[in-house]
Write a protein that binds this ligand. Structure first.
Ligand SMILES: *[C@@H]1O[C@H](CO)[C@@H](O)[C@H](O)[C@H]1NC(C)=O
Ligand SMILES: *[C@@H]1O[C@H](CO)[C@@H](O)[C@H](O)[C@H]1NC(C)=O
Length: 229
């Protein structure tokens, strides 16, 4: 939350210099809190072979996740692809702070090379943001899936300014509870990206009827950093 607000201030051209400086300091703090893993994003990661997007349709429950900054502000998260005339989108829904049922919609950028089918990107559009922040692109890479039970997906962002990166991992399940065999298969590829599976956080899918329901898309929570820094 704080990152997006303060960086919007910082980048908006018509703000007073003083405000910019203050915002930059806040911004800088956020950068340090968000990017905590040293060096660049892991490279030479082997993704799901022959990934078939058509078989990825349908609802996925987030049964475990890993967020390298240790933040957890929501639960009851689900992911689902949507087909619209303008393309294929991902609907990420969740319950924020135990109170608000919300969702975010990102457009999938599909890699045209068949051998890179699992190397997807998600593009979020922010109509009211300053020009250079109107669209934001994040990797959404499928590490492994058998389509019927589990899927392991991750995103990574790198900050050249402080030479650190951020990783978020989704362990997805077709059922609200992931069976043990599938869980084993799902966590196997995590060593490739240097994530210790004991750091996965189990998501609660049991009390998913919050007080408030919002039916317009909001900012994504799993991709929080708006500008490449
Ligand atoms: C996104 O998913 C949530 C939960 O399934 C649903 O309530 C919401 O209507 C969906 N949004 C769209 C645009 O389909
Ligand atoms: C969901 O998350 C919120 C805030 O992170 C927490 O207060 C609430 O207890 C959680 N709900 C469940 C059922 O775990």
């Amino acid at each position: 939350m704080c990152t997006i607000r303060c960086c919007l201030y910082y980048c908006s051209p018509d703000h007073a210099a003083m405000l910019k400086i203050i915002s930059f300091l806040i911004c800088f703090n956020c950068v340090f809190a968000y990017f905590t893993l040293s060096g660049k994003c892991p490279d030479k990661v082997t993704l799901q072979e022959d990934f078939r997007l058509a078989d990825f349709y349908g609802k996925w429950y987030q049964s475990y996740h890993y967020s390298s900054d240790g933040q957890q502000q929501n639960n009851c998260s689900t992911l689902e692809l949507l087909t619209r005339p303008s393309g294929i989108y991902l609907n990420q829904s969740r319950v924020d702070r135990g109170l608000f049922h919300r969702f975010s919609i990102g457009k999938l950028d599909i890699n045209p090379r068949v051998e890179n089918a699992a190397r997807l990107d998600l593009i979020f559009a922010f109509k009211n943001a300053p020009r250079r922040l109107k669209t934001r692109r994040y990797p959404f890479h499928i590490l492994a899936t058998n389509y019927n039970y589990y899927a392991t997906v991750y995103t990574c962002e790198y900050s050249p300014l402080i030479d650190k990166h951020f990783i978020y991992v989704w362990i997805l399940s077709r059922n609200p509870i992931l069976n043990d065999v599938s869980k084993e298969l799902a966590i196997k590829p995590l060593n490739q990206i240097g994530v210790d599976s004991s750091k996965l956080v189990k998501d609660d899918q049991s009390k998913c009827v919050p007080k408030y329901y919002e039916d317009v898309p909001t900012e994504p929570m799993t991709f929080r950093f708006p500008v490449p820094i």
